[in-house]
Design a protein around this ligand. Structure first.
Ligand code: FES
Ligand code: FES
Length: 168
């Protein structure tokens, strides 16, 4: 997006790193992330209907295509890239890979972000609760079966990890 004299200066944290950005008044958070080379969240519909652009925004899953970048001033944003610990995948990412929950993969970052937000709130969801957590996420490839299986598998992995940590 070309800069003009109405550009805004802002600071935020993205995936644990402090950022100082200059954004345009109409620039979406998704555009700003992509502009700063954070390419995990995907532009698919651009209208808030598919959640492929999902990110965690101060702890809640939102669609970055529907948020102005300027609204993220002072906010902590986590994208799918930020869930991994260096080269080690997050258990939700592992579960998506193991369950074969990604085909074209366009929806996958959004599903992983939704699963993360859901499991933060509800570590032991039923299949129905996972389905409800994925409401608003569209996948054209998997028929939703594999992403749901992956979220349930991730929940089990995270519970197991937590109980191991509690024992040491
Ligand atoms: S690209 Fe943002 S909701 Fe579809
Ligand atoms: S894997 Fe292709 S849209 Fe979901």
């Amino acid at each position: 997006m070309p800069e003009n004299d109405t550009a805004l200066d802002m600071t935020l944290t993205v995936n644990g790193r402090a950022q100082s950005w200059r954004v345009q008044p109409g620039e979406t958070l998704l555009e700003a992330l992509q502009h700063h080379n954070i390419k995990g969240p995907k532009l698919v519909c651009g209208t808030g209907d598919c959640s492929a652009c999902g990110v965690i925004f101060n702890g809640a899953a939102i669609n970055a295509c529907c948020m102005l970048a300027a609204q993220a001033d002072g906010v902590e944003v986590v994208t799918v890239e930020g869930l991994a610990n260096g080269a080690k995948l997050h258990p939700i990412q592992e579960a998506f890979a193991e369950a074969g929950a990604a085909q074209c993969g366009y929806c996958t970052p959004g599903f992983i972000i939704r699963a993360y937000a859901l499991l933060q709130e509800n570590p032991d969801p039923t299949e129905e609760e996972v389905r409800a957590g994925f409401a608003g996420s569209i996948c054209r490839c998997t028929g939703y079966v594999k992403p749901i299986e992956a979220a349930l598998r991730a929940a089990a992995l995270l519970r197991e990890q937590r109980s191991l940590e509690e024992r040491v």
